[in-house]
Design a protein around this ligand. Sequence first.
Ligand SMILES: Nc1ncnc2c1ncn2[C@@H]1O[C@H](COP(=O)(O)OP(=O)(O)OP(=O)(O)O)[C@@H](O)[C@H]1O
Ligand SMILES: [Mg+2]
Length: 474
Amino acid sequence: MSLGILKDIAWLGAGFVLGAGGSLFLRETFYKDELDSQGLKEELTETQVRLDAKSREIKTLQDTVRSAASPTDLTAALAGIVSIVTRHMEVDLVAFLLLDEASQELVTRPGAYGLEKEEQIYKISLMDENASSVRVFKTGKPFVAGDAQADPGVITHYAKLWDIRSLIVVPVSKQGHSWGVMRVGSRKPYAFTQEHVDLMGAIAEDAAIIIEMSVLNQQLLSDREQLRALSRMKDEFVSTVSHEFKTPLTTLAGFLGLMLEGEIGPVSEDQRRFMVMAKNAVERLSNMVSDLLDISRLESDMKMELKRFSLTPSLSSIIEAHNLEATAAKKEIHLDSPKNLPEALADPKWISVVAENLISNALKFTKPGGRISVSVFNKGDCIETIIEDDGIGLPQEALSHIFEKFYRASNARELNISGTGLGLAISKKIIDLHGGRLWLESSLGKGTKAHFVIYSVNRYGGPGQNRTETMQEA
Ligand SMILES: Nc1ncnc2c1ncn2[C@@H]1O[C@H](COP(=O)(O)OP(=O)(O)OP(=O)(O)O)[C@@H](O)[C@H]1O
Ligand SMILES: [Mg+2]
């Protein structure tokens, strides 16, 4: 075979890796410059066929490498590439050596082929410029030796130890960032051609992509873990602080109560006024602390204890508790519940928290003289409760934020109506944990309708209805 042809085989090899377009161009150039005899033409056609087959092989090999690689397990991915290379090519050594940032060494990755046990942990310091791997890592240029045991560019001791004659070392790098090198060896001298170097280069490039993805993946996982830990710490902090607040607040409320009742001694009108203000403040603080405790418990995904219970008496006792305050503010509050209401199947304690939050909101955001109605509907599998008021309502833009923790609508803030913005977030979480629905309809200045739907006992063994639809329609 002529030297010209040999040179072009190498070019064509590279061209085929680039794709069909590249190879066509090279073929045309070749024809223009070199083809003048029939013999050469035939020789070239033969080479062409061989390279076409090689190109397909390269493509298959690369595709296999890509599909075998999973960035979530780098060790398995690199070992997978090693085994694919050894299966498809006649080689006696395949190893990835990646940089260990801490020790500044190139370290052999597990899964290398053709190395004995102790050699599997072979490392080279980046200071060792005699090592071909270090030079390839630093320069980013591939290295090829036809006889590594006699090549001054190779540490011959290792070439002999591994019984290697031919050696290719290619950089594992992407966009200027070097991760390490890939070493491929053969016991036969001069076993590798430029095609092999190009193929190994392409595979090492794929390996670099996989390594980068794996590093990013690891980073993401550790960031997520850190965020989770921070969030857990925050929850624990909130829960501990809230608990610590509870005892002194109860003591304060107790003593203020005793003083107001005159148990400690006579109290002047002025003293009484200030004590009442102090007691109200303590009460607000206690409510806030309970809300914080509730939300931290609910966010740790606590289980709801489902029981059969009658919703109507629960609602009327909540209304009853608010009656005094409602009458004082000249607000009316009514309950309308059907006689044949089935029992609810829910956690009664937490459903009372929801009803309390929604009823106290309706009272709080309604002006004196306002009306509040609590209506209950039997929806077969479900029970729907609507708490409607003719109060200040909500600005349209507030509706999409209303269930966020600590969110308070602009009109409530402008009117200086007190609150922490936790009641609705807590209620939504509770209803979600029941698999139910909670939503608000509101019109600014006109009023608000809060709906919540929970399952009734009919859900199990009740009249045959489409359960999901019932919950959606309700
Ligand atoms: N019935 C209602 N009418 C008008 N605005 C409402 C009504 N219910 C809730 N809102 C608005 O939604 C906000 C959030 O309500 P949420 O119950 O979560 O908090 P809050 O009542 O301000 O404080 P908390 O309930 O924690 O004491 C309120 O601040 C208010 O702006
Ligand atoms: Mg509230």
